[in-house]
Design a protein around this ligand. Structure first.
Ligand SMILES: Nc1ncnc2c1ncn2[C@@H]1O[C@H](COP(=O)(O)OP(=O)(O)O)[C@@H](O)[C@H]1O
Ligand SMILES: [Mg+2]
Length: 332
């Protein structure tokens, strides 16, 4: 199976007042047809920049994007703004954290979705409106025939995000990039919206890249995971591989901060002590070492890659050492 999106050795450098700052270092990942890839990591780890730079949504004048990326086998980096705009919205749709980045306050939501449909397909106004009502019904917006005529500010945050998902799905995209789509929503609404996103992407056969900082969301939604830290993918594998036998001490920290499903909820969830390094860091060693409970002098050198099939981690720890520090979970 050839991947839908294939990104190799991506490097993204911003021009800042303090000089060039590399936010993404040698990131490679692939998205297979129909799969849900989660990209997870703390805020500032380079999740959004990795995806947005591939989609041509970073400021070209201030950003150098290096590496290779193909979408359906065709190069996508460096395409003209016009070619990229055609791909976005028809083949690739983006759902961002704030639904208002996708919606215009001054137009009714139905008109905005219908216009999106008509921008990519030759259909009548009437047919586009019917499709819009059906989409609003699919995303569980109550009374869709009335909701089409509402303005964004007349809907709750959860309903607005549903409308954005309806708009994203309106052109049956092959790939949906959802960048922390539920972070701004209440917990119960979050679960409903994620559920719906999973159901609809499966129904439309869309692949999904789901960006999140929440390992709980990863467990619910994803088939594969890429864990990002300081602009690098520090571990990647299937959800089962990462949850049952995580290799990177940073992944251990992310897993330990998932709230327990049963038993008393701790008053404060453990979080990983310390802070990520500043984006301009130039030391060659493992960027996580200063926060790592397993750090050794050798971590001042670039970490080697551990590989077993599709499971990879950038870390010096070998299997026996890992097992001693954190025993793998044994299937019941
Ligand atoms: N336009 C920009 N100019 C300079 N630095 C940026 C810009 N956009 C993002 N960054 C930096 O790149 C790093 C990664 O950001 P981002 O991908 O948004 O993180 P995440 O999505 O994982 O929270 C951060 O350190 C951020 O400050
Ligand atoms: Mg982000």
């Amino acid at each position: 199976m050839s991947p839908l999106l294939d990104v190799r050795h991506l490097r993204v450098t911003f021009t800042t007042d303090g000089g060039p700052v590399t936010a993404v270092h040698d990131v490679s990942f692939a998205v297979q047809p129909g799969e849900v890839l989660a990209v997870v990591g703390e805020s500032g780890s380079g999740k959004s920049v990795s995806l947005l730079s591939v989609l041509g949504l970073v400021d070209r004048r201030r950003t150098v994007v290096e590496g290779e990326a193909t979408f359906r086998g065709e190069p996508i980096l460096g395409l003209s703004e016009r070619a990229l705009r055609r791909i976005r919205g028809r083949d690739i749709a983006l759902i961002s954290q704030d639904p208002m980045t996708a919606l215009t306050p001054v137009h009714r939501i139905g008109d905005q979705i219908a216009e999106q449909i008509r921008a990519h397909e030759r259909v009548s106004r009437h047919a586009a409106r019917d499709r819009t009502v059906a989409l609003l019904r699919d995303v569980n917006i109550p009374m869709p025939e009335r909701a089409v005529d509402r303005y964004p500010h007349e809907l709750s945050g959860g309903m607005r995000q549903r409308a954005v998902i309806a708009m994203a799905l309106s052109c049956n995209p092959a790939l949906l990039v959802a960048d922390e789509p539920t972070t701004a929503l209440d917990t119960t609404v979050q679960a409903q919206v994620l559920d719906m996103l999973r159901r609809l992407s499966a129904q439309h056969g869309s692949s999904v890249v789901l960006i999140t900082h929440d390992m709980g969301v990863v467990a619910e939604m994803a088939t594969r995971v890429a864990v990002m830290y300081a602009g690098r993918i520090v571990e990647t594998g299937t959800v089962a591989e990462l949850f049952d036998d995580p290799w990177h001490p940073y992944t251990w920290g992310l897993l330990d901060s998932i709230p327990p499903l049963t038993g008393p909820r701790p008053r404060r969830l453990p979080s990983i002590a310390g802070m990520p390094p500043p984006p301009g860091r130039t030391e060659p060693g493992c960027p996580f070492a200063p926060r790592c409970r397993a750090a050794m002098p050798i971590c001042r050198l670039p970490p080697p890659e551990q590989v077993a099939g599709g499971h990879r981690a950038l870390c010096v720890l070998d299997a026996p050492t890992r097992a001693a520090l954190r025993p793998p979970r044994v299937a019941a």
